[in-house]
Write a protein that binds this ligand. Structure first.
Ligand code: MG
Length: 209
């Protein structure tokens, strides 16, 4: 039985049509290009090659580039006006309030970013726990440690927590430890994905029994 719902934040609690993550990606690209002192193409190429070994670019930089400027990185990637394009999602707050169990968030972004987005959406008060990358000790999704840390705090087993994310690799990480993971594939970008998925967040009601 599902006792808790764990949501990804970006492109899960709001539509990917806002394109917020495109801005994040562009700023990450600019940042690593400057950091590595190579051309933009070379930086992009290396990131592409290495990123699959890590949940986030920051973890890659820390592990392989000896990078330690975490706060500087976060300020550059998540500027204060980053969520300006975001509008409230009509009906989201009311829908979340109808869900029959507690809700939490697991994001590979920092808390200040999550707080900004949640404030824009007007739903910050509806979540019990917010697990951000700092709280996860910079070992984010899809690592097992990230999910275990959240589950331990929620005092629940993997099969008791429904996890929703728009990225197949994060959902797979949770499924690999026996969790109930659902892919939110809003724009049908992963037609070959062979496990449970939804197009709209409101469909999760069907997975709560
Ligand atoms: Mg996401």
């Amino acid at each position: 039985m599902i006792k808790h719902i764990l949501f990804d934040l970006d492109n899960t609690l709001y539509s990917r049509r806002y394109g917020l993550e495109n801005g994040v990606s562009a700023r990450i690209h600019d940042y690593i290009t400057a950091l590595m002192g190579v051309t933009a193409e070379e930086a992009l190429e290396e990131r592409k090659k290495r990123i699959d070994h890590y949940g986030t670019t920051l973890e890659w930089l820390m592990a392989e580039k000896g990078f330690t400027g975490i706060e500087h990185y976060y300020q550059a990637i998540y500027p204060e006006n980053e969520a300006d394009a975001l509008r409230g999602e009509p009906g989201l707050r009311n829908f979340l309030k109808t869900l029959p169990c507690p809700l939490s968030i697991l994001t590979n972004a920092p808390k200040e970013h999550a707080d900004r987005v949640l404030k824009k959406l007007g739903i910050g008060d509806l979540f019990t726990e917010l697990f951000d990358l700092r709280r996860l000790g910079f070992k984010g999704k899809p690592r097992e440690e990230a999910f275990r840390m959240a589950l331990e705090t929620l005092k629940a087993r993997p099969e008791e927590v429904l996890f929703i994310d728009d990225m197949p690799k994060y959902v797979s990480g949770y499924r690999a430890i026996g969790g109930r993971g659902i892919l939110l594939d809003e724009l049908d970008e992963y037609p070959a994905y062979g496990y449970e998925k939804i197009r709209d967040l409101q469909e999760i009601s069907g997975f709560l029994l």
